[in-house]
Design a protein around this ligand. Structure first.
Ligand code: ADP
Ligand code: ADP
Length: 229
């Protein structure tokens, strides 16, 4: 479950300028696709299209063979978890912010997770120092702590598909390494699309595409791309 395909996908924010100019991607269930490329190449746009923020200009995107244009928005939100670069948290407790992730899920998933034990598990997964403060208000969290809460919030709905949109690029390198480790663990068994600035952070991806000006300029594994470079 979680087979993502882009078929000749075209999209532009303005009718007269395509940002994505015919993108073909095949991300088998449970595999990791990394999308790298210069700023403005269209990486975030590509991720937003999978979440159906916008309608395509051409082509189609399917999940398990189903055109996402025909899937209910609630089902899409349940199937896809996003960890963005800059997480905006509610000015509330950590517990509230994590539980909120559940609200985006389908009714069935909410019911399944509603026993509280589910959220308890995610709170327990927070690092020491954070897990004891879940009920505190007016918390001042560092960037790394915010990303940990964002990850827990995303995992509450146990999505088969995960989008990491530069999830660690705003962090200092030590925090980045720590959170990369956590992410590698939660990616297992999920179809993952990682958007990254640098090739060096996506060494383990099953496939990497280099996006440039809305087209796939290169694709391959890390080793293959290094050989070509
Ligand atoms: P990347 O993630 O690779 O940096 P983006 O997908 O954010 O690239 O942006 C690709 C292009 O689309 C850029 O030229 C950017 O300015 C433009 N763009 C992004 N978001 C919007 C938007 N909401 N409205 C109009 N243009 C946008
Ligand atoms: P990123 O490269 O990480 O996507 P950007 O700085 O390109 O970040 O974009 C930040 C925000 O500004 C995004 O929400 C994007 O949709 C919006 N944005 C980017 N370019 C444009 C644009 N040309 N017109 C309108 N909104 C834009």
């Amino acid at each position: 479950q979680g087979h993502v395909r882009f078929e000749a996908v075209r999209f532009g924010y303005d009718a007269d300028r395509d940002i994505l100019k015919g993108i073909d991607l095949d991300v088998p269930p449970g595999s990791t696709l990394a999308v790298v490329g210069p700023s403005g190449a269209g990486k975030s746009t590509l991720a937003r299209l999978l979440y159906r923020f916008y309608d395509l200009t051409g082509g189609r995107i399917t999940i398990d063979g189903q055109d996402i244009a025909l899937v209910r928005q609630a089902s899409l939100r349940a199937a896809i978890g996003i960890v963005p670069q800059d997480t905006v948290l509610f000015n509330d407790t950590i517990g509230y912010n994590i539980a909120y992730g559940r609200e985006g899920a389908t009714e069935l998933e909410v019911a399944r997770a509603a026993d509280g034990a589910a959220i308890g598990g995610f709170i327990a997964s927070l690092p020491e120092g954070l897990n004891t403060r879940v009920g505190e208000r007016g918390l001042k969290l560092s960037g790394g702590e915010k990303q940990r809460v964002a990850i827990a919030r995303t995992l509450v709905k146990d999505p088969p598909i995960l989008i990491l949109d530069e999830a660690t690029s705003a962090l200092d390198s030590r925090t980045e390494a720590e959170i990369q480790e956590t992410l590698a663990r939660i990616e297992r068994g999920r179809t993952t699309i990682v958007i990254a600035h640098r090739l060096s952070t996506v060494v383990d991806a099953d496939q990497i595409v280099v996006l440039d000006a809305g087209r796939v300029a290169e694709r391959g594994t890390h080793a293959e791309l290094l050989r070509k470079a």
